[in-house]
Design a protein around this ligand. Structure first.
Ligand SMILES: C[S@@+](CC[C@H](N)C(=O)[O-])C[C@H]1O[C@@H](n2cnc3c(N)ncnc32)[C@H](O)[C@@H]1O
Length: 296
C-alpha cells in the first residue's frame, strides 16, 4: 500500500471532540494518556459500542468515556484491576493503601516484598502498587513474568490521590465491561457502526513492557478486515519510533485497501528511550505514532 494512497483527502464528517483527560490511574510508560484526545478526535461522532482489545492502562477508553464499551487485554491482572474498579472500588483502595502504608515505613523492603510476591503469582493488587512505585512507571517483564524494574525515586501518590482517581475513572468507565481475552475474540464482537481502537505491542520493547505475550500482525489484520466487512470503524495505532524523523517505520502494512487514511500523532520525546539512555541526550529521539483508519 503506498503512502499517497493512504493520505488521500478525507470526507469531512463530524468528529469526536473530547477534552484531554490527564489523571492517570496506573503509571505506565508508553501509555496513550497524553495523546488520547487527539486519537479520539479522528473517531466518528456517532458510533455504537466502543471496543478496545489492547486495553493496557485504559487511557483512551477513559478519555472517551463512552456509553457502551468492552475493554480487554491478555494480561489478566490488568483486567482484574479494571473489574475491581467497577465492582468493588473500596477493595482496590484497600489494596493500594495497605501497600502504601508499609512503604512509608520501609520503602525498599516493601517494594522488594511486593515485587517478589507478584513474580511468584501475578495479581492485580500488587500490580497497581508496582505501577505507581516502580522507576519511571517502566514496568518491565522478564520472559518468566518477573517484574524487573527497580524502585522509583519518586513518592508514590497518596491513598487520597488514588481515591480521587478511582472516583473519576469509575464515572468515566461506567458503561464499560472488562474481559480477559485475546484481541481476536474482542474484535470479532464488533458490528456495523461500532468503533474498535487497536494499540498492539509491535516491538520487543513492548512485549518486555507489557509481558511476554504472543502477538501476530497477520492475525490482527485478518480480524480487522472481517470487522471492516461487517461495517465497524477500526483505528490502529502504529508505534513509530523514529530517529530525527529519518528512520522509516518498518511495520509491514496490510493489504491495499484495508486502511483508508493515515494520520501522524505526535508523541513528543520517547520516555522509554530516556530511561534506556540514562540521561544521555535525546535531541534526536522524537516519537511520532501513526494512526490508520479503516474509513475515509
Ligand atoms: C501498547 S499496550 C496498550 C497501551 C494502551 N493503549 C494504553 O494507553 O495504556 C499493548 C497491550 O496489548 C496487550 N496484549 C499483548 N498481546 C495481546 C493479545 N494477543 N491480545 C490482547 N492483548 C494483548 C498487552 O498486555 C498490553 O496491555
Amino acid at each position: 500500500m503506498t503512502q499517497s494512497r493512504l493520505f488521500t483527502k478525507a470526507i469531512e464528517r463530524p468528529r469526536n471532540q473530547v477534552p484531554p483527560f490527564k489523571s492517570q490511574l496506573l503509571k505506565w510508560v508508553g501509555n496513550k494518556q497524553r495523546f488520547a484526545h487527539e486519537i479520539i478526535s479522528y473517531f466518528p461522532a456517532d458510533f455504537g459500542t466502543y471496543y478496545e482489545p489492547f486495553l493496557g492502562t485504559g487511557a483512551v477508553l477513559a478519555t472517551l468515556a463512552p456509553e457502551k464499551a468492552v475493554g480487554s487485554d491478555v494480561l489478566e491482572p490488568l483486567v482484574q484491576i479494571f473489574q475491581t474498579l467497577l465492582d468493588d472500588p473500596r477493595k482496590l483502595l484497600r489494596w493500594y493503601e495497605t501497600r502504601w502504608t508499609d512503604f512509608q515505613k520501609d520503602r525498599n523492603a516493601t517494594y522488594r516484598k511486593i515485587q517478589a510476591r507478584y513474580s511468584k503469582k501475578a495479581n492485580a493488587a500488587d500490580l497497581v502498587f508496582l505501577s505507581r512505585s516502580c522507576y519511571g512507571g517502566v514496568i518491565r517483564f522478564r520472559k518468566d513474568g518477573y517484574i524487573s524494574t527497580p524502585i522509583g525515586v519518586h513518592a508514590p501518590i497518596s491513598p487520597a490521590s488514588m481515591k480521587m482517581r478511582v472516583d473519576l475513572w469509575r464515572e468515566r468507565l461506567a458503561g464499560a465491561t472488562f474481559v480477559h481475552s485475546d484481541f481476536e475474540a474482542t474484535i470479532d464482537l464488533a458490528q456495523e457502526g461500532d468503533v474498535v481502537y487497536c494499540d498492539p505491542p509491535y516491538y520487543d520493547t513492548q512485549s518486555i513492557l507489557y509481558g511476554a505475550q504472543s502477538f501476530s500482525l497477520e492475525r490482527l489484520y485478518k480480524a480487522i478486515s472481517s470487522a471492516k466487512a461487517r461495517g465497524a470503524y477500526i483505528a490502529l495505532s502504529i508505534d513509530g519510533h523514529k530517529k530525527s524523523g529519518t528512520k522509516a517505520c518498518d511495520i509491514p502494512l496490510p493489504e491495499d485497501g484495508l486502511f483508508e487514511r493515515a494520520l501522524a500523532v505526535n508523541c513528543g520525546r520517547s520516555m522509554l528511550k530516556r530511561f534506556q539512555m540514562e540521561g544521555k541526550s535525546l535531541e534526536s529521539e522524537v516519537v511520532s505514532d501513526r494512526l490508520l483508519l479503516s474509513w475515509s
